[in-house]
Design a protein around this ligand. Structure first.
Ligand code: B3K
Ligand code: ZN
Length: 876
């Protein structure tokens, strides 16, 4: 397949300042008439051909300046329309008529039908499935969209921008016209037509613009969209307060659809959402669902400035909008909830998803230099590491200079399609700092490692820290340059508060941050009056791995006393991970795992410490996952031994917690009516963490079953069901709870997804056949991405023992699903296939099973470009 390279970027010879689209909507056969104002740029030769992108299109008619185009003036295929004979004038009009079949479109890219609703998804390259176009983000056009449809099938007709006209037509049809005054790239085009219910509200912007807000959902589900509406209004206000960014149209609409390839899409003025990220009430959604809805509503809304008003020059610049917008939504959630808890969750997510990507065959820089299929680059690296890079920029510059840089960026580039270089330059110019070494974070793949040791000289009152950075090699990048790594730190004194120092040499140290720029630094702090414990990478200021020479006592000290809550959690997490690695080695050697009493007791102590917020205590009590431990072990992994070690640790904590945990659990029960706020969610999180220990300590499912039955909200109901499925799936209680849940929610596919998910995680030799059966469940549909992700996606990502089962049957299940899915929906198939990305780090038997299946899949000659690309890179 063709490889696209950053260095080959060429500006287009033609621009399309305006486009009028006319849709005769029909599920089987939709006619699309696109009228383009085309402009040849001044320096292009007059005979430059106009090459328009298509994807599976049928051309019905082509007119140039209103005249039918001669057959020898152009060359057409489903994937391309090349016009070689064009008017001599620099500006002319093209009319293109195409015919498409939305109901047959299973890829969920372009125009398709979901549950009877016409909707579109154009990012990255879906617009070319609607009409021939210069389908690239640096072509910005003003859109006018006219839609015509059956009035009873599609009473609602929406597109980008503001509504301008509507009316009734003959034969039970009607039409609407929308106009978007802001020039935009084709990937932000959207249309929705169908019969939906709506929640309406209003928002007045800081400068007094009245905005009509609408969230469209299936009839009867309107109540469940009220939380999303609230989150939207809070997002709009926050972007004004924090970044000075106001909304710019008279309407802002969100539509929830049930068939969607990802979370949501930021189309200008018309966001389209996976209904999973809109619909919530306490009976059907967990606190995690509420938090996700809040974050994704905010994310898509924030794109209006970071992505839409200022967009990407080309798809290599994807992180320009995604990394930045993730940073913005993280900050929003941190302000709405607990900053420390949010930060810990972000770092756990980064380590679980981005680190394995960066450390495996699919590693790529935050700004990639080449791709075969751009849809495979909507990755944790582009999004999450991209956000970490922006966070570091903020740490390095300080929040004032950071804000000045953002303001300059908005000022300078509003209405443009730009690059990462333009973005970084705004910060250089606003702050007067040289960010060239810092920019390597965008260009160099791999997770840097920082090795560190320290010694204290009591006679001289001096602490000396030796630091060395290294960046591991990644595919096609062997030699790495030295990075600028900002490490926030503290010198924690004997009473737990940070010690001062008089002077420092060996590196630039300011505002509690060491700036590493060389391979090695020897940093000496003078005037340190007592022996400190070094707390390093506070708040996870840099996305690196650490190799620190620090003994367990110092780590325990930090877990109890560090003033930075993130670092307290991190210290404990490091201890627990270390204990699990040692324990799994014991298991592998046929020995019984043993755990240090101190580690067990501190975990129990922190959980019970009422001076800490409940959500934080729940996090300290969540033992690192099996995948976290596997990642730290890094090679020759045997998931069964990790599972056994972790189970032993859970038991040890459960027994140590005993009565204390029971009292704590009972004390957290409150009779207040349900509220999704952070504090209440924290209490539920802690209860859910405790119930696992209580049932393990009892060796009996009764307590979890009671919670399952008594729960008045989904968080506690699903939490209890998870514990039952994880540890007691073959007991009467386990079976009864699963059956009751299925029965209660049999008509709600989004909730049934939780039931699929919880079963997909059962650590049992029977799980593969259980999943094969569940795939025959009447509510399971291979065509629906949410169902596939809930059942097979969860299995591959969150069931270490069964997915990696020693006989290779887990791999076979996923491989078969990927192959079957690839024929309908290549994007989701390719994403599912990334579950194999760490196959080389497994022990030999499993590695061989994975290699065989991957090679078999790769040999097929009917693979999509999406899947072929993932398989090829995974095997390379
Ligand atoms: N920009 C979209 C993602 C599009 C994915 C295309 N394969 C959602 C988001 O990041 O906000
Ligand atoms: Zn985004």
């Amino acid at each position: 397949g063709q490889i696209f390279r950053l260095e080959d970027y060429q500006p287009s010879n033609y621009l399309i300042p305006e486009i009028a689209l006319d849709f005769r909507l029909d599920p089987q056969e939709t006619l699309v008439t696109a009228t383009l104002t085309v402009e040849r740029i001044a320096r292009a030769p007059a005979d430059a051909p106009l090459i328009l992108d298509g994807d599976g299109l049928t051309l019905e008619a082509l007119r140039i300046n209103g005249e039918e185009a001669a057959t020898d003036s152009h060359d057409v295929s489903p994937d391309r329309l090349t016009i070689t004979r064009l008017p001599a004038s620099r500006q002319f009009e093209l009319t293109i008529v195409t015919r498409i079949a939305p109901a047959m479109n299973t890829t969920l890219m372009g125009l398709y039908v979901s549950n009877g609703v016409f909707c579109t998804q154009c990012e990255a390259e879906g617009f070319r499935r609607i009409t021939y176009f210069l389908d690239r983000p640096d072509i910005l056009s003003v859109y006018t969209v006219r839609m015509e449809a059956d009035r009873s099938e599609a009473p609602l007709l929406l597109s980008n921008g503001n509504p301008v006209e509507k009316g009734v037509l003959a034969d039970g049809r009607h039409f609407a016209v929308w106009h978007d005054p802001f020039p935009k790239p084709s990937y932000l085009f959207a249309l929705v037509a169908g019969d939906l219910g709506v929640v309406k509200d209003r928002f007045t912007t800081a400068s007094g613009r009245e905005v009509d807000l609408g969230i469209y959902v299936e009839h009867g589900k309107e109540e469940r969209a009220t939380y999303a509406m609230d989150a939207l209004k809070r997002s709009m206000r926050w972007d004004e307060d924090r970044f000075g960014r106001e909304y710019d149209l008279d309407v802002f609409n969100i539509v929830a659809v049930s068939d969607f390839n990802m979370g949501a899409m930021e189309n200008k003025g018309l966001n389209v959402f996976n209904d999973k990220y809109v619909l919530a009430d306490h009976d059907t959604a967990t606190d995690a669902d509420f938090a996700n809805i809040e974050a994704i509503i905010a994310h898509e809304y924030f794109h209006n400035w970071t992505g839409n008003r200022i967009t990407c020059r080309d798809w290599f610049q994807l992180c320009l909008k995604e990394g930045l917008t993730v940073f913005r939504d993280h900050e929003f959630s941190a302000d709405q909830r607990s900053r420390a808890v949010k930060r810990i969750a972000e770092v756990r997510g980064l380590r679980a998803h981005q680190f394995p990507e960066d450390q495996g065959p699919l590693a790529h820089p935050v700004r990639p230099r080449r791709y075969r299929e751009i849809n495979n680059f909507y990755t944790a690296t582009v999004y999450e590491k991209g956000s970490e890079v922006v966070r570091m920029l903020c740490t390095i510059l300080g929040s004032e200079a950071f804000r000045a840089g953002m303001d300059l960026y908005f000022d300078r580039h509003d209405g443009q399609a730009v690059t990462i270089e333009d973005f970084v330059k705004s910060f250089e110019d606003a702050s007067g700092r040289d960010l060239s070494q810092f920019s390597l974070w965008y260009h160099q793949a791999g997770t840097p490692n920082v090795a560190l040791s320290s010694r204290y000289d009591g006679n001289k009152n001096a602490l000396t820290v030796e630091i060395e950075q290294s960046v591991p090699p990644t595919p096609s990048e062997n030699r790495k340059r030295l990075m600028h790594i900002p490490l926030a730190f503290g010198l924690v004194g004997p009473d737990g508060s940070d010690l001062d120092y008089e002077s420092v040499e060996g590196a630039n140290v300011e505002n509690g941050v060491m700036h590493l720029r060389r391979r090695r630094h020897q940093i000496t702090f003078k005037g340190v009056t007592a022996r400190p414990v070094l707390s390093i990478n506070r708040g996870f200021s840099a996305p690196v791995t650490l190799s620190v020479e620090i003994n367990a006592n110092e780590q325990l000290f930090l877990a109890r006393h560090d003033s930075d809550p993130f670092s307290r959690w991190q210290a404990l997490n490091t201890l627990l991970t270390g204990a699990l690695i040692t324990a799994s080695k014991s298991v592998r050697g046929g020995k019984k795992p043993v755990f240090d009493d101190e580690i067990i007791s501190i975990t129990a102590d922190l959980a019970a410490d009422e001076t800490l917020e409940e959500a934080f205590r729940a996090l300290t009590l969540s033992v690192p996952g099996e995948a976290d431990v596997a990642r730290e072990i890094g090679r020759d992994i045997d998931p069964d031994t990790i599972h056994a070690a972790r189970k032993a640790l859970l038991l040890a904590i459960a027994q140590a917690g005993g009565e204390t945990f029971r009292k704590l659990y009972d004390g957290l029960l409150d009779n207040a009516p349900f509220s999704p706020d952070a504090r209440s969610a924290g209490r539920r999180a802690l209860r859910n963490t405790l119930i696992e220990f209580l049932t393990l300590d009892d060796a009996n499912p009764a307590a979890a079953y009671r919670q399952f039955e008594d729960a008045d909200n989904m968080t506690e109901r699903a939490g209890a069901l998870t514990v039952l499925a994880q540890h007691f799936h073959d007991t009467a209680e386990g079976r009864a709870a699963l059956a009751a849940f299925e029965e209660r929610y049999s008509n709600n596919p989004l909730v049934l997804d939780k039931w699929f998910q919880i079963q997909a995680m059962i650590p049992s030799a029977e799980t593969v056949s259980l999943i094969r059966n569940l795939m025959k469940h009447p509510q399971f549909l291979l065509a629906n991405p949410n169902r596939v992700r809930a059942l097979v996606g969860t299995f591959s990502m969150a069931n270490q023992t069964a997915f990696h089962s020693a006989d290779g049957e887990g791999y076979r299940l996923v491989a078969e699903t990927v192959t079957a899915l690839d024929r309908h929906n290549p994007q989701v198939a390719a994403r599912l296939a990334t579950a194999f990305r760490s196959w080389r780090s497994l022990e030999k038997g499993r590695r061989e099973h994975a290699r065989k299946l991957l090679s078999e899949m790769a040999r097929r000659d009917d693979l999509s470009r999406d899947l072929a690309d993932i398989l090829e890179r995974t095997l390379a």
